[in-house]
Every structure is written in C-alpha cells, then in structure tokens.
Design a protein around this ligand. Structure first.
Ligand code: ZN
Length: 272
C-alpha cells in the first residue's frame, strides 16, 4: 500500500477578495453618483411637488439613455483591466499557496525541486494560460453586467412610477434601492469569483505539477455550508481528472469551490 501524504488545503486568498470587492464597490459608487446627477439633480427643485408626468417621461427616457452610455463607457473601459488584474492576483497568490502546501508536505523547496514538483524558471503552461483566459472572460462579462442590471432595474421602477402618477421625489429612493442591490451583487461577485478562480487555477497548477490526486476539504468559511460537502465529500480523495458529484439532488459534478457560495477547497495528495 502506498503511503499517502496530504498537503495543506489550497485556500483562496482573502486579501485578493477584499481588493476585488473594493474595486467593484468603487465602480458601484460611481454608478450611483452618475444616476443621481443624470436623473435626480435636474428635478431637485421640483421634489415633492411635481408628478412624473408625460413631459418628464420623455426627458427621463433621454436621460436614462445618456446614463446607459456613460456607464457602458466607464465599465467597458475598466472591465478588461480589472478582470485581468484580479485573475493575475489570484494566480500569484495561488502560486505562493501551492508552494507552501507542497513544502509542508515534502519539506522545503530543495526536496520539491528534486521531486520535480517545482519547475525551474517560467512555469506558465499553455493549459494554465487557457484557465486564466477563461477566468478573465467570465469576470469581464460579470463586471459589465453590473450597470446593465442597475439601469434596467431603475428604468422599470421609474416608468412604473410615471404610470402610477408618482412624484419626482421617488427617483432618489429608486437609485438608492438599486444601488444597494448592485452593491450586494458586487460583494458576492468578489467572494464567489475569488473562490472559483482560485479553485480553477489551483486544479490546473496541481495537474501541471504532476500531482495525481487531491482531497476534498470542507472549510468553515461558507455562509451556508452544504451538508453533503461537510458530511460526505469532506476527506475523500479523488484522481486529478475526476470531478465528483457535488450536488446529490441535481447530480451536478463540480470541484470544490465551483458551486455557488461553496467555500470547500482541494488539498494536493501524493503517494510515496
Ligand atoms: Zn462546499
């Protein structure tokens, strides 16, 4: 029977999540300011008196269109760089974590090098490039979806209010409501994408390093831990290419950290 050595679990880096969250929050703040400037400020002196009538309605359409263009430009110009910077931070921290995990398992860089687990010089493989590219593309799309959802939510609220004879004063309230929704989404986006991108990069890194097995590790960090992950998958060892059933109801297969809000991680396993 080969002896099994388990490395430290490959955890997502909390600092990267906080950094990403901060950047997304700044974009969401920008969005709120732009909306208030475009939609509320022109009517400020009327607040409380004027109804959102037909004349306001056509102006509002023009202003909403202007807002869409402004936000598309802002988010469009930021999304690529922000997503790339985020994924590059994930990759870098994953590298540190991976080395620490193996060092713990095998004892020092020298042993790792001899065992062939640390490649000299550049170790960025083509499959790793593909993994990073996919994570960047996913995040670009998610970042760009923030203003889309914000404006469409705002739009339907405002038009609904116009139809029901609501006052101009409700605009600021709607902006504030939609701002909260967007901020909450940005919070989860940073949390979830950090887990997911880290899990993808770590799986790729283990594969690239020639690790053949990994262990499912449930961590206490999840807001809503899945019983199945905590009680069944936790501690099980799988082959590198194996993707176990992670949801017994839907039979969906996933690696740790891939299902929404899953905080589970993988630990590299070697047999000696
Ligand atoms: Zn989980």
């Amino acid at each position: 029977m080969p002896r099994i050595i388990v490395g430290k679990p490959l955890l997502p880096n909390k600092g990267v999540e906080l950094w990403y969250r901060r950047k997304l929050f700044a974009l969401v703040d920008f969005m709120k300011k732009a909306a208030l400037r475009e939609l509320e400020a022109p009517y400020k002196e009327l607040i409380g008196e004027a109804a959102l009538d037909a004349s306001v309605s056509s102006q509002m359409r023009i202003r909403l269109n202007k807002l869409v263009i402004e936000l598309e430009l802002k988010f469009g110009s930021m999304a690529d760089d922000l997503a790339a910077a985020f994924v590059s931070r994930v990759e870098k921290q994953s590298g540190f974590g991976f080395r620490a995990s193996l060092s713990f398992m095998l004892g020092g860089d020298e042993v790792l090098r001899k065992a062939g687990f640390l490649k000299a010089g550049s170790s960025m493989t083509q499959p790793m490039r593909e993994t990073l590219k996919a994570a960047v593309a996913e995040n670009v799309a998610l970042i760009k979806s923030i203003p889309e959802q914000f404006v469409s939510g705002l739009q339907s609220k405002i038009y609904q209010s116009i139809n029901q004879g609501g006052g101009v004063g409700t605009i600021a309230k709607f902006v504030q409501e939609r701002f909260k929704v967007s901020k909450n989404r940005a919070f989860w986006l940073a949390f979830d994408q950090n887990n997911k991108a880290s899990a993808a990069v770590n799986a790729r890194r283990m594969d690239d390093a020639g690790i053949t097995k990994w262990k499912w590790v449930h961590t206490a960090g999840s807001f809503k831990p899945r019983d199945y992950h905590r009680d069944v998958l936790n501690g099980q060892v799988f082959s590198m290419g194996e993707v176990p059933i992670a949801d017994p109801k839907t039979r969906e297969r996933a690696r740790p950290g891939f299902l929404i809000n899953c905080r589970c991680v993988a630990a590299p396993v070697i047999e000696v």
